[in-house]
Design a protein around this ligand. Structure first.
Ligand code: FMN
Length: 213
């Protein structure tokens, strides 16, 4: 079952934040990994929307440089010869309280660039940067199904990698062309509200709380 983060749901979440005493002063960091390298990618815009709508005390940082991360190869995964782009990814993921994966769908599944990032942060086995971190997935597509295959495969991969996937905290945005037109997704109140809810849930999960129960 997916959580409905409509406007009323957001009010509920904000009430939870107050009643459960989450301090707005406490800084939490969510790292967003984007599965599209395309300039003007809707996926990137959705990640930027998460930065824009993050509640006070929470920072959503969109990772820059996934295109510089080589394909995972155990032969080059050598602590004595670190690769700067990989170190940057691992250290950003390691420093984050939670991860937000934002993906389009390529040929019915997760784009290689995002899968590759997951592979790098899954290692060392059992102790990768993703291990135990709350993770949520947002997918989008111009088609009506909202890249749900990529969504499901991203959740599966990051879960196997050791992430703590918040199963009920996710959205698949379909029909992006008609929905957003020339406008940025952050201007779409429904989508921006849903993304705000996801960020709130991620932060809550990283603190051991559960808002969506
Ligand atoms: C190689 C490739 C494969 C694609 N395969 C799918 C697909 O399986 N399902 C789908 O809904 N869209 C598919 N698309 C279309 C993408 O959903 C569309 O390009 C989308 O805008 C990409 O997201 P972005 O705006 O974040 O880059 C594909 C696009 C490319 C470039």
């Amino acid at each position: 079952m997916k959580v409905d983060y409509g406007p009323f749901r957001l009010v509920y979440l904000m009430q939870n934040i107050r009643t459960k005493g989450i301090s707005a002063m406490t800084q939490s960091r969510v790292l967003a990994l984007v599965g599209s390298l395309r300039s003007g990618a809707v996926s990137r815009q959705l990640a930027d929307t998460a930065s824009h709508v993050a509640p006070a005390g929470t920072e959503v940082v969109v990772f820059e440089g996934l295109e510089n991360v080589p394909f995972y190869n155990p032969d080059i995964d050598d602590a004595d010869a670190p690769i700067p782009a990989v170190e940057a990814l691992r250290s950003a993921a390691g420093a984050a309280d939670a991860l937000l994966l934002v993906t389009p769908e390529y040929n019915g599944t997760i784009p290689a660039v995002l899968k590759n990032a997951i592979d790098w942060i899954s290692r060392p086995y059992g102790n990768g940067a993703v291990a135990g971190k709350p993770v949520a997935v947002i997918s989008s597509s111009p088609s009506q199904n909202g890249a749900q295959w990529a969504h499901a495969d991203t959740r599966k991969a990051v879960g196997v990698a050791g992430g703590r996937v918040l199963e009920d905290v996710s959205i698949s945005v379909g029909g992006t062309g008609a929905k957003f037109g020339d406008k940025h997704p952050r201007e779409n109140a429904e989508v921006a509200g849903q993304i705000a809810g996801i960020v709130t849930e991620l932060v809550s999960a990283s603190r051991g709380e559960l808002l969506s129960a």
